[in-house]
Design a protein around this ligand. Structure first.
Ligand code: CMC
Length: 430
């Protein structure tokens, strides 16, 4: 069928028909797998701007329309009606749970929250001011030392247990990192609390006095986790898939994903936004910083602006913006000047030709930090919060990748621009 193939003719006249594959929704995909065999050429696409790396039925994004769906459900509907634990079940299993399935899943996650006590001693080895993302990546990587012999990736039950452990134990590790930074004793999880309440408890409770969980804080965090839960083949998820494609221990693949998330162009942007707002300091300085962001000779970028896929608006940012209003009002926080500064910066940038022409809009990270800060979470923990939400997306993608019988090790090619073959010269002749 003519409409189902792409015809390619090399300069030498060799013809190849490349099949066009159709998803359930979204643009068609040209399958170039046979291109090298037929034409002896590779494709070149740094940053994977036009390249699909896998087939997936987990998450769909339409960047032009600002659509994000998990397993077909619009993120707005999930944000309004669901919980992070229910969304996690959906991402991992493909369907929304029944009441009984949800209760069993919730209970399973609660029963996996404790760490092997030996793991806590890792924290004694970290410097008191170690970045929590570094600790999270290191300790999650070390889970592969605890769960290697009993982790058979071809066994569906083992894959389930892995997913449960990642989801349940990451908050405990994150909270331990925070406690190390703040010089407070580690707080053990409480399985009578739900996922988000338990995290707040482990972060903020101290042995000396009772800690009361603020329902506004729990609701806001849960919403942020839902919005961060998955985002198809982003940098960290692709890293997890790539590391996992070699058959590596999946805990170490997740550690690789955490490392990828840390960068300021990815999850590290939420920390960078707050640092940027602090540096700007006052609305009177906005013009100066917007000019810096536009200056090609200045490396400064408006953090929290722009996205590889969203070229209209980031639906997550719209929801978070509203939540930021609610949280600041309900918690009666004095962070309003920071929020006002962010709102003003957004307005100035949205009306600026540079940002309009390049389709640069606030992304998920622009407002999330303002909420974290209002909840008393320090800036260095912001990307850790992102990782806790995204952990379920990583495990869902790892499971999808590893269960695919046609799966291959991820191994891109390159355009070589180094020296051509030359003879080794003895050191005295150089
Ligand atoms: N401020 C100023 N200029 C920008 C910005 C920005 N935040 N983002 C992109 N541009 C310009 C960039 O200079 C380039 O201009 P030109 O075409 O003249 O060279 C053009 O817009 C396209 O940018 P790009 O870097 O080629 O686009 P990309 O798709 O490779 O990068 C991005 C996307 C998110 C890395 C980038 O927009 C950026 O660095 N934003 C700031 C960091 C940030 O907020 N990251 C969080 C992303 S959302 C959370 C997540 O998914 O992790």
């Amino acid at each position: 069928m003519t409409e189902d193939v792409y015809r390619l003719k090399s300069p030498e006249g060799v013809e190849t028909e490349l099949p066009v594959r159709k998803g359930t929704v979204g643009p068609d995909v040209v399958d170039i797998a046979r291109l090298y065999r037929d034409q002896r050429v590779f494709t070149y696409d740094p940053g994977f701007v036009s390249t699909g790396s896998c087939e997936s039925d987990i998450t769909y994004i339409d960047g032009e329309e600002g659509i994000l769906m998990y397993r077909g459900y619009p993120v707005e509907q999930l944000a309004a009606n669901s919980s992070f634990i229910e969304v996690s079940y959906l991402l991992l299993n493909g369907e929304l749970p029944t009441e009984q399935q949800l209760s069993e899943f919730d209970n399973t996650i609660r029963m996996h929250t404790m760490l092997n006590d030996g793991m806590l001693s890792f924290f004694k080895g970290f410097r008191y001011n170690a970045h929590p993302m570094a600790m999270l990546s290191a300790v999650v990587g070390s889970m592969s030392a605890y769960y290697h012999e009993e982790m058979d990736s071809s066994n569906p039950l083992h894959r389930d247990i892995f997913a449960h452990r990642i989801l349940a134990k990451l908050p405990t590790i994150a909270a331990a990192a925070y406690k190390l930074n703040s010089g407070q004793p580690f707080i053990y999880p409480r399985n009578d609390l739900n996922f988000t309440e338990n995290l707040l408890h482990m972060l903020f409770a101290v042995p000396a006095e009772p800690y009361e969980i603020d329902p506004v804080a729990a609701e806001a965090l849960d919403l942020l986790f839902i919005l961060h839960a998955d985002h198809e083949q982003n940098c960290s998820t692709s890293t997890v898939r790539m590391a996992g494609s070699s058959g590596a221990n999946p805990y170490s693949a997740i550690a690789a994903g955490i490392s990828a998330l840390w960068g300021p162009a990815h999850g590290g942007a939420n920390e960078a936004v707050l640092n940027m707002l602090e540096e700007i300091g006052d609305v009177s300085q906005i013009g100066k910083y917007v000019e810096k962001a536009k200056d090609k000779n200045d490396a400064f970028r408006l953090m929290g602006f722009g996205h590889r896929v969203y070229k209209n608006f980031d639906p997550r940012a719209t929801i978070i913006r509203e939540m930021a209003h609610k949280v600041l009002k309900q918690l009666d926080r004095k962070d309003t000047p920071m929020f006002d500064l962010a709102l003003e910066l957004e307005q100035v940038a949205l009306q600026d030709d540079y940002f309009v022409e390049k389709n640069l809009y606030p992304n998920v990270d622009f407002y999330s930090g303002i909420i974290y800060r209002a909840l008393g979470i320090p800036t260095s923990m912001f990307t850790v919060m992102f990782a806790l939400g995204r952990s379920v997306g990583w495990t869902a993608h790892w499971r999808e990748m590893i269960s695919d019988p046609s799966g291959k090790i991820a191994r891109p090619r390159q355009l070589y621009t180094g020296p051509v073959a030359r003879d080794y010269t003895a050191i005295e002749e150089r």
